[in-house]
Design a protein around this ligand. Structure first.
Ligand SMILES: NC(=O)c1ccc[n+]([C@@H]2O[C@H](COP(=O)([O-])OP(=O)(O)OC[C@H]3O[C@@H](n4cnc5c(N)ncnc54)[C@H](OP(=O)(O)O)[C@@H]3O)[C@@H](O)[C@H]2O)c1
Length: 252
């Protein structure tokens, strides 16, 4: 059977890399993001490079109508989705108290509510067929006190741990991929300076996605790309909250 992967936030950074690596593995693709032109260009390149079928859905995943359209594609049985990658996201540049409630609500929506709705839609078809993989792009920030961003990512990690236990035996695995700092458009879009982040803390998207995909395909609940971040995540359990929060102030 030809498998199909749906990736949110597929126009840039980690999402675009998930599309490339899954295309190279001969998955057909459904790419979701807001920028229609970038989606069309990316889709054409993937078709040409890998000979796979590529659909695009132009969707602002902070709006009900767009999330409903993507959820409808996930419920479709013909050419059903066997891998869902919940990846679209961003960080807010200011701390919680300086943001408006609307900004925080939109941020919570893109990082938690939308992935939750898409997982719910995908699970129905996946469980019915006893086969599927859901990948939630979380963050190392989910392991330390890191404002509302860290709290959203902690939700994804905790939920993925539970869901992998619950649905894994029924053929559907769930994996939270937890990168540290990655060279993408994330920090630039946030308008955040990256000067205080030492070079050794940066990862390349190809490595994050390669390790994340391998862990997801082997059914792991949590994937922490690179040994250095796996060590940091293990250590974060023993570090006092204040120290973790101080480290988290460097970035997302
Ligand atoms: N880069 C890092 O250091 C890092 C570290 C840990 C975790 N992460 C996580 O990795 C994920 C991907 O981020 P990235 O680093 O690849 O960032 P990126 O390069 O800025 O890409 C973000 C993607 O999300 C899409 N997006 C943003 N808002 C959207 C919306 N409202 N509706 C639909 N799509 C939307 C963007 O596409 P359009 O603009 O075309 O809509 C883009 O494709 C995020 O969940 C982020 O929290 C990143």
């Amino acid at each position: 059977m030809t498998e199909t992967a749906l990736i949110t936030g597929a126009t840039a950074g980690l999402g675009a890399e998930f599309a490339r690596q899954l295309g190279a593995k001969h998955y057909n693709l459904v790419l979701v993001a807001r920028d229609a032109e970038r989606l069309a260009t990316g889709a054409a390149t993937l078709r040409q490079d890998f000979g796979v079928a590529v659909e695009t859905i132009v969707a602002d995943l902070e709006t009900n109508d767009a999330v409903d359209r993507v959820a409808a594609r996930l419920r479709q049985v013909r050419e059903r989705i066997t891998i869902l990658v919940n990846n679209a996201g961003y960080g807010l540049p200011k701390p919680f108290d300086e943001n408006t409630l609307d900004q925080e609500s939109a941020h919570l929506r893109i990082l938690v509510t939308t992935p939750m709705q898409l997982m719910h839609a995908a699970l129905g078809v996946m469980l019915e067929h006893g086969h599927g993989r859901i990948i939630n792009v979380a963050s190392m920030a989910g392991f330390i006190p890191r404002g509302s961003y860290g709290a959203c990512k902690a939700w994804l990690i905790s939920f993925s741990r539970w869901a992998n236990l619950e649905y894994g035996p029924r053929g559907v695995t769930m994996t939270a991929v937890c990168p540290g700092f990655v060279h993408t458009e994330f920090h630039q879009r946030m308008g955040a300076s990256t000067r205080a982040i030492p070079e050794w803390m940066w990862l390349r998207p190809d490595r994050v996605v390669r390790e994340g995909l391998a862990d997801a395909l082997s059914g792991k609940a949590v994937s922490i790309p690179s040994k250095r971040y796996a060590l940091l995540a293990a250590g974060s359990r023993f570090v006092p909250a204040g120290l973790g929060a101080a480290a988290g102030r460097r970035g997302r």
